[in-house]
Design a protein around this ligand. Structure first.
Ligand code: MSP
Length: 695
């Protein structure tokens, strides 16, 4: 280790708002990226949004917006969701950004100059939902992939000479068996390519929402060529500064869902070969997150938003559940019952209980200092068993995790948690603690040291999966910043004697039945809103319109990093706008009555401090003239707490309060969203009194 590591998620279509299906891929990548950082790799983690194509153009039309407005809103919602989840992406690429457009045109020109693009005429079927040319079906026939009706297109197009790459691709799959994982997907691709490849139409001229073909702007570049190129444009391909591209390309892992294997494993390597560029090292496809047996997707109206789970159980609960419950690569079901059951069993009763009882007893019996384990009389073979098990856990966890067998890796780590739990029960440290004789004290010290050391090992291993809780455990163990741990050096016995523990607090409070009901209610409400809008706005072609932005003060407080000011405006009256008809107002516009519902005020920052364990959040106390309010804002990467004290800011003052990382946020601070950069707070050139309303 100690090399470079570049990992990507697919870029998400902006025709649907983020849900835990999208979060699943992004969380998996985040976890892998975090582990690589802890292994000392220079890591780059890319995510973003896919914003061009006919599907998006139609969805925007249906919503009465320009494609760009529409893409801005949904892209911001993705970014806000990732920030709300505390995901550690290094860059967020948007396909409507200039850097991307230039890179795609550079790639096109390279492929053309190398002789792999020619003009031709395409008559056949096109599936707008999949943005896919469909062979072998007649006019009106359903798409063999998704079952939606296809449309007949007759266009003069540019073609990519995909047929020239059949043998090279087969060579690639056979010489690098790990190029496509898991093996089932590799076999599917191999058999698809072995059957022969036809040249691929890579431009469209019947609509314009895309990147113009260089020297022929009547055509836009096929959305999949545009989208796939993000993996190189984001790191600078086609820009004057190639340093990041040179450092990180080829990608180590493209993580994708199983439905987009063909695009990634056939088209993408062929495009790269045609351009003479190195190929990614590997493509890994995971399965689908199902809800009541169906793929979770907005068009089915069965989505669950990550924010709901975060608000009720915390981010780590969602992360742990997704990676532990589902065998990576296979489909897996999501249900609130299963989530809460897993949370209580493995987190509240498992790791959380181990942490709280070990640390509480060290606090009580050893004044909060890690005690000295005995190597003589008070030492029993049980300690050796735990030490050996921990060493084995470190090794096996790593080898499973690095093969993306997350569920197995976590199962292994939790076997250690259970073993230590049993060890504690058998040794009854609470009984030893009542005795004052030397032998009992020595035995107590040994048992608690052993438990604390096992806790340390599990926390370090599980940190990439549960960054927040493990960071808390780490600081309660008195060990400082867990992100600085070098996983390559993790061994049994490194917990220093006499380490002073931090304040002991429960990391996973037990969840009761009401947690399930609360989450269910939040999502029922969301999904019924989505249906109402979809029914009203489904354009031809089967694509549907995203639901209105929900009134989510909490998401918006953190989404300030993405500057969701405009979405915040529409959130004042969530689904009401979808149901109410106001004939005088053109679709997509709001009436002044809607605008005045938003109480924008000038406020002055009195207190600003970082939120523990959340890199992006600041806790602020702002003076509104009539009261001082607490807000939580996702601006910690852009502003130091000190720089904000005394500063006048604009806040949305009438958002319903929400909890963020356990802190109540009473309003949202307004900032500009700068693509690829930090948020910039709205401010005034003139001095404006505190409490003044903006209207
Ligand atoms: N825009 C394309 C990808 C272009 S990449 C160059 C696309 N976007 S998507 O938004 O429809 O889906 C992207 C990914 O989201 C899927 O590949 C998958 O990783 C994830 N998921 C979306 N719904 C999902 C589930 N229900 N379950 C698991 N993953 C899901 O395809």
């Amino acid at each position: 280790m100690g090399g470079k590591f570049y990992i990507t998620t697919p870029i998400y279509y902006v025709n649907a708002r983020p849900h835990i299906g999208h979060a699943y891929t992004t969380i998996a990548c985040d976890t892998i990226a975090r582990r690589h950082r802890m292994l000392g790799d220079d890591t780059w983690f890319l995510t973003g949004t896919d914003e061009h194509g006919q599907k998006i153009e139609r969805a925007a039309q249906g919503a009465g917006k320009t494609p760009q407005q529409f893409a801005d809103e949904v892209s911001n919602a993705f970014r806000a969701s990732w920030d709300y989840l505390g995901l550690s992406y290094d860059d967020f690429i948007r396909t409507t950004s200039d850097r991307h457009k230039k890179g795609v045109q550079a790639l096109w020109s390279k492929i053309r100059d190398n002789g792999y693009i020619h003009k031709g005429t395409y008559t056949g079927q096109y599936c707008v939902f999949d943005e896919l040319y469909v062979d072998a079906v007649g006019p009106g026939a359903p798409c063999p992939d998704c079952g939606r009706p296809t449309e007949t297109v007759h266009e003069e197009n540019y073609y990519f000479k995909l047929s020239a790459f059949r043998d090279k691709l087969i060579d690639l799959y056979t010489s690098q068996p790990d190029f496509i994982r898991p093996e089932t997907r590799r076999n599917e691709v191999l058999s698809f390519v072995s059957g022969g490849l036809r040249d691929l139409s890579i431009s469209r001229s019947t609509f314009s929402w895309g990147i113009p073909v260089p020297d022929d702007p009547k055509h836009v570049i096929y959305v999949w060529l545009d989208a796939l190129a993000n993996y190189i444009t984001a790191i600078g391909y086609g820009s004057p500064d190639q340093s990041r591209y040179e450092k990180y390309w080829p990608a180590d892992v493209h993580m994708i869902g199983k439905e987009i294997v063909r695009f990634h494993c056939v088209y993408w390597p062929a495009f790269l070969m045609a351009a003479g560029l190195p190929l990614p090292k590997g493509i890994t496809a995971h399965g689908w997150l199902l809800f009541e047996e169906n793929k979770m997707s907005k068009s089915r109206g069965n989505i669950v938003r990550a924010e709901t789970i975060v608000d009720v159980l915390g981010t780590d609960a969602l992360r742990y559940f997704l990676l532990r419950e589902i065998v990576f690569g296979q489909d897996g079901s999501f249900s609130f019952d299963a989530l809460v059951q897993r949370y209580n069993a493995d987190l509240a009763n498992g790791l959380g209980n181990l942490a709280s009882r070990t640390l509480t007893m060290i606090t009580r019996y050893f004044k909060g200092e890690v005690p000295y384990p005995s190597h003589t009389a008070a030492h029993s073979p049980q300690e050796d068993v735990i030490a050996v098990a921990a060493a084995k856990t470190i090794e096996e966890f790593g080898s499973c995790f690095d093969r993306f067998q997350f569920s197995r890796a976590l199962e292994i780590a939790w076997t250690l948690v259970s073993a230590v739990d049993k060890y504690i029960v058998e040794n009854e440290p609470w009984a030893l603690g009542e005795k004052q004789d030397e032998a009992s004290r020595a035995r107590l010290a040994t048992v608690l040291y052993t438990s604390a050391e096992a806790l340390r090992v599990v926390a370090a291993l599980a940190h990439p999966v549960m960054p927040e809780a493990t960071a808390k455990i780490w600081s309660q163990l008195g060990l400082g910043d867990i992100r600085k741990v070098d996983l390559t050096q993790l061994r049994w016995g490194q917990l220093r004697l006499g380490t002073k523990l931090g304040e002991v607090q429960a990391v996973f409070p037990r969840a009761d039945k009401s947690a399930i009901e609360r989450m269910q209610k939040m999502e029922d409400k969301n999904n019924s809103g989505a249906e109402a809008v979809a029914a009203a706005g489904t354009p031809s072609g089967g694509t549907s319109v995203p639901p209105p932005v929900q009134a989510r003060a909490a998401a918006e407080a953190s989404s300030v990093a993405a500057g969701e000011a405009s979405s915040a405006a529409s959130s004042a009256a969530p689904s009401a706008s979808a149901k109410k008809t106001v004939p005088a107002i053109p679709e997509g516009k709001i009436a002044i009555d809607d605008f005045v519902k938003i109480d924008l005020r000038v406020a002055q920052v009195k207190v600003a401090e970082r939120v523990k364990g959340a890199d992006k959040l600041l806790r602020l106390e702002v003076d509104l003239g009539t009261e001082v309010r607490q807000l939580v804002a996702g601006i910690a990467e852009a502003y130091t707490p000190e720089s904000l004290i005394g500063r006048k800011v604009v806040i949305v003052a009438n958002l319903a309060p929400r909890k963020l990382r356990g802190l109540e946020s009473n309003g949202m601070i307004v900032a500009a969203s700068v693509e690829g950069g930090n948020p910039v707070l709205a401010s005034f050139l003139e001095d404006v009194p505190v409490g003044t309303r903006l209207k």
